[in-house]
Design a protein around this ligand. Sequence first.
Ligand code: GAP
Length: 492
Amino acid sequence: MDNESAAEDIIKRRAIFYRSFGIYAEVGGFYDYGPIGLKIKRNIETAWRRLFPEGLGLLEVETSMVLPEVVLKASGHLATFTDPVGVCTSCHTPYRLDKLLEEYYESRGDSESLSGVKRLKLNDLAARIASAGIKCEKCGGTIGNPENFNLMFKTQIGQKGTDVAYLRPETAQGIFVDFKDIYRAYGLKLPCGISQVGKVFRNEISPRQQLVRVREFTQMETEIFIDKDAKFDGFGGVDFSEARNEKIPFIRRGEDSESELTINELLGDGAIPNEYFAILLYKEKELAELLGLEKGRYRFRQLEKEELPHYSMGNIDLEVKTSYGYIEVAGNAHRSDYDLSSHAKLSGKDLSVLSNEKKVLPHVIEASIGIDRLLFSIIDGAVRDDGRGWKFLALKGSVAPYLYAVFPLQKDEALIKKAREIKAELETKHVASLYAEAGSIGKRYARADEIGIPNAITVDFETLEDKMITIRDRDSSKQVRKGIAEIFDRVV
Ligand code: GAP
């Protein structure tokens, strides 16, 4: 069973996100976002866009979610995009064997065995589960029939059903397939990058832990295309002499604990494969901190060889500490020319491009960030108590659903008019604000705090005389009087 996440009550009460199709029989692994959750999700996307495609000067595309089989045959997903699965031989409940074993070791505090699970293949996993005596959570039956189960959702194109297709398991394939056309049409030169945000689908065996393991989720992906033989000469306007000296919490391959290491040190010993990869990690650190994941809550981990996806020469995950332990929020991969060369082979099209007057089949460095896990970890870590037992979300302005709540002190026509004017003015400045007039002012503050609104503006009778409002800080609940004009001049 899952632990309760710290924010579970608030998530439920305010319908930040909730199970899809809730009025029907339960179908696991699908979540809908309510209005507040959606605003938070959009803010995460906006922050990512500012730092990645816009910040690094890349192009952004939107490609199809339905992929003909041939695309996924070329990408290797058809043959290898699998998870190790077993089923209860009595009640037929399916289990993901690696996760089941990890939970078992975690519950026993056996960190050595826990970290070794990543290296186990299907039959070893099944053998360990049997020897540990791990049984079905539901009926106590034996878990058997191990198999590598393909995670893609299959569908068909057209009426006859002869054209097999799949819902995309990552947004990246659309970028690879379109790469050469975009390169030409936009006059790109290597190194260059293309990003995409969009839904992806994976038929997870045992979806759980709210948004952590779901079957439909949103990725924000960036693919950087490079000439592997060309000397690094900067990328995306990043000051690399500064980036080099940045310290990041890092777990090297084969180690269990993290150290604070500079990007330079990690490049030096090959843990980070090249400067482009380093830039993506540097930007992810910036994104994490911008969104309120302070130091100590995130780390980078170099994956073991056995954990690498089929396309990868090396992976480094961004992991965030949550109520469910550390979870992978972003996967960064050195994909080499794996994808472009396989698509070239199967399509029969030459996907190399001209760079400095020579033909190059680019290598790809990827940063793939899952919005849903990011959102979950931000909310999960933002729960605070006001000292009287009221829980609220201490969200940073960059992710909060609204920057301001605007309240008339009471239901009075003149106060309402003034409060609405302030809200309208905020809107013209593209500052998101929530207006509410029902309920006591204390209750309205509490409701605004609960969903993470950093500041509440209250309009009272004096406001009508002196054009001053009361502004209340969510975290300290301190109130100060300020001129209305001052509010419009600052961004929280
Ligand atoms: N294109 C590379 C790729 O898809 P990945 O590590 O499989 O890499 C990237 O996925 C990110 O997508 C993960 O770091 C995670 O944030 C998110 N993700 C993957 N599977 C997920 C799931 N079942 N539920 C929620 N998010 C998931």
